[in-house]
Ligand binder design. Structure first.
Ligand SMILES: C[S@@+](CC[C@H](N)C(=O)[O-])C[C@H]1O[C@@H](n2cnc3c(N)ncnc32)[C@H](O)[C@@H]1O
Length: 429
């Protein structure tokens, strides 16, 4: 025994002075701890020192766990992986700078429906949506906007529904589900029946098509005569749905001139995105929270935009937002029209005047919220920091499941572009 103890001491003596200082500190600490333990053992017996050591170990362990949680791990691979590490950062922080712009209306009236009505509507709509004839509606509406159109058309119960831009007919089908007996007018250059030759499409029996050789652009229709022909005398009983990718200011003026009051725009694109000037873009002004932008590369906005672009495909950074002369409004200072085939550069003062005009004719402006938060739908396209709070909030998986939303494929949640419902009337003098 003694021999062993001596050889151990000998080995200890061989530990060179160059060895890690930390290690010698540890050894020193250990020997202090041992001496303290010996002292305690001498004073209090065996149980108490054991408990004391256990307590010490627990303390050290909890400190290690806490310090791991404080480490800022960044993972830009997916918003969900980041969410789990640093909370909901990719989802709703930085709202202050980006924010959610909206259009002011002259009467500041709100819509009649509540979030409870929307939830009830969702429960009803999911099984209807599952029976849709066009399962893959790429380039047309996905789930969010199909629900929005169905919900509003059903709520408003118009005498006539007009759509501009039908493609294969999915939106015509949605309007039909909302109001089975109501006549529809559909204006679209290519008749949906043409698509039937290649695959699924929808042609409605109670719809008058202005399509193919009968196509007339919404702005060139003699609405007085068409309304007379359809026995409509009260234009406030007509609902217009635009999904034709035309400048929304142009469409608003045309609808106002014809005397229509209820309009829905499918693609209410955010500033810096999309192929036509939208109401959302028009109302993006400095006096609106979340509106007005900075092209300054060292700004908070530039930093936040760069960060958010890593999460969301549709988010735009400062370079994409700004054109020559620091023009950020519309898309890089352009008022886009007709699927981006016709563009016009506008000055900031023109852009500002457009917003004042829009505000002067709006009675109601309501953007459809996304149906559910991105952690539920797994959509990766639109930035939730630029959209209103979802109908089913993140974290409410039980509700998401109960509503049947978990049965739908992820891809149907990827098309949200702030569909908007507006009520309009002539500007008050
Ligand atoms: C995005 S698609 C419509 C999608 C459809 N609403 C749906 O949900 O499936 C746009 C449609 O607008 C049509 N379009 C193009 N110019 C138009 C115009 N001036 N007026 C009406 N429709 C137009 C296109 O031919 C296309 O069918």
């Amino acid at each position: 025994m003694l021999e062993r103890a001596l050889s151990l001491r000998g080995r200890n003596a061989q530990i060179s002075e160059e060895e890690d200082e930390d290690e010698s500190k540890t050894r020193k600490n250990i020997s202090v701890a041992m001496r303290a333990t010996n002292h305690i053992t001498y004073k209090f017996g065996v149980i108490w020192p054991c408990l004391f050591l256990l307590f010490l170990l627990l303390l050290i362990f909890s400190l290690i766990v806490r310090s791991r949680n404080l480490v800022c791990v960044s993972s830009y691979g997916s918003p969900y992986s980041r969410m789990s590490v640093v909370g909901m950062d990719g989802l709703d922080s930085d709202f202050g700078t980006l924010g959610v712009p909206w259009c002011r209306s002259k009467s500041e009236r709100a819509v009649e429906w509540t979030s409870k009505d929307l939830l009830k509507g969702l429960e009803e709509f999911v099984p209807i949506y599952e029976t849709r004839p066009i399962k893959n509606n790429m380039y047309g509406m996905g789930f969010d906007h199909s629900f929005g159109l169905w919900f509003m058309a059903r709520w408003l119960k118009p005498d006539l529904m007009i759509e501009s831009g039908a493609f294969k007919g999915h939106s015509t089908w949605v309007l039909r589900q909302a109001n089975p007996e109501t006549p529809i007018l559909s204006l679209t250059p290519r008749h949906p029946e043409k698509y039937l030759k290649k695959g699924p499409a929808y042609v409605d029996a109670n719809c008058t098509y202005f399509a193919g050789k009968d196509f007339v652009d919404f702005g060139n229709v003699n609405w007085r005569s068409v309304m007379k022909k359809h026995g409509v005398s009260d234009l406030s009983r007509v609902l217009i749905f635009f999904d034709d990718h035309q400048n929304e200011l142009k469409r608003l003026k045309q609808a106002l001139k014809a005397g229509f009051r209820h309009l829905i725009f499918e693609d209410n694109y955010d500033t810096g995105t999309g192929d036509h000037y939208s109401l959302r873009q028009i109302c993006d002004q400095f006096y609106i929270r979340g509106g007005g932008h900075s092209c300054f590369k060292d700004s908070d906005e530039a930093r936040i935009r760069t960060k958010r672009k890593k999460f969301w495909e549709k988010a735009v950074d400062i370079d994409e937002l700004c054109g020559p002369g620091e023009a950020w409004w519309g898309v890089k200072g352009y008022m886009r029209d007709d699927f981006n085939h016709s563009n016009k550069a506008i000055s900031f003062s023109e852009h500002f005047k457009n917003s004042r005009f829009v505000e002067s004719v709006l009675d109601v402006y309501w953007e459809l919220p996304p149906v559910a938060g991105p952690s539920l739908t797994h959509q990766t396209r639109y930035d939730p920091a630029r959209a209103s709070g979802p109908i089913v909030e993140d974290g409410r998986f039980g509700l998401f499941q109960r509503l049947g939303l978990s049965r739908l494929e992820t891809s149907v949640f990827n098309g949200y572009t702030q569909m908007v419902y507006v009520q309009i009337s002539e500007p008050s003098s």
